[in-house]
Write a protein that binds this ligand. Structure first.
Ligand SMILES: Nc1ncnc2c1ncn2[C@@H]1O[C@H](COP(=O)(O)OP(=O)(O)O)[C@@H](O)[C@H]1O
Ligand SMILES: [Mg+2]
Length: 265
């Protein structure tokens, strides 16, 4: 595996307006195709880390490289899903999913007119099929359940075939059962398609169920205090949560988060 897919070197973030140092000394190397979970208490800097990796926020110190480029300039497409679906209510499901293609000009530049439209509608249909929403193209967000709306957001993030998928507590607003089902579906998508996933979650069991590696963040400024490799066999189905090995990992992650209740060093 190529460990140079995504690297962070001594990344730190200080917000100029508040003078608040939020992240410090983040060093990371994530190989292509990995599924990495990020956990840590609220306010530790998880979302900020994801925004830096996604090229939405420039780090104050250090550097992020995605396939040897600045993520903001990288040619590797990045898909991002936030906790709330952020769908545009006046657009249909298909029009929402097509948004990244429009922003990239995929449907217009190069292949103009009818052919461009057909090309992008094919990609939209495929993305909706990936999340189990084929046939919902003409629905509007208000007609969807929370789980369906979040699936549309995932389809939108996948539509331009990203090399990197960033998920910020994507299932945080869903009920427990929907959440479990979505986690399994996400595993299915990741297994069927070559994509590297970095997912922030506040659910320890979700992190252990999904990830190859769990990054634990602690402190203020936030740092990665521990990296816990999850050496459980795949495919992982729900029954795995009852095993001693799974519970051992969950306990280790929980403890790694709590360790920091002591004053930060
Ligand atoms: N744009 C911003 N300007 C100033 N402070 C911010 C900004 N975004 C986040 N913060 C602060 O950075 C800290 C970490 O926030 P965040 O990354 O959202 O944490 P988490 O996602 O782990 O809950 C918080 O104290 C938050 O208030
Ligand atoms: Mg957050």
């Amino acid at each position: 595996m190529n460990t140079d897919f995504l690297t962070l070197r001594d990344v730190g973030v200080t917000f100029a307006d508040t003078g608040d140092e939020v992240l410090a000394n983040i060093d990371l190397a994530i190989p292509a195709g990995a599924f990495v979970a990020v956990v840590g208490r609220s306010g530790v800097g998880k979302s900020t880390l994801l925004r830096v990796i996604g090229g939405l926020l420039r780090p104050t110190t250090g550097a992020v490289r995605l396939q040897d480029a600045d993520p903001a300039d990288s040619t590797a497409p990045i898909g991002i899903v936030f906790q709330r679906d952020n769908l545009m209510p006046w657009r249909t499901v298909a029009e929402n999913v097509a948004l990244p293609l429009e922003l990239n000009g995929a449907g217009e530049k190069g292949v103009k007119g009818e052919r461009g439209r057909n090309l992008s509608s094919g990609l939209v249909t495929e993305a909706l099929e990936m999340v189990g929403l084929a046939g919902q193209e003409e629905s509007y967000p208000a007609q969807l359940s929370g789980g369906m709306a979040q699936r549309v957001a995932i389809a939108r993030a996948l539509v331009h075939r990203p090399a990197l998928l960033l998920l910020d507590e994507p299932f945080g607003a869903l009920d427990a059962l929907t959440r479990e089902r979505m986690a399994q579906e996400l595993l299915g998508i990741w297994q069927a398609h070559p994509v590297t996933v970095l997912m922030v979650t506040h659910s320890i069991s979700e992190a252990v169920l999904l990830a190859d590696e769990v990054l634990v963040m602690n402190g203020r400024p936030g740092r990665i205090s521990e990296r816990i490799e999850i050496d459980l066999p795949r495919p992982r189905t729900m029954g795995i949560e009852a095993t001693a090995a799974f519970q051992g990992y969950a306990a280790a992650v929980r403890q790694a988060i709590q360790t920091d209740e002591a004053p930060a060093s």
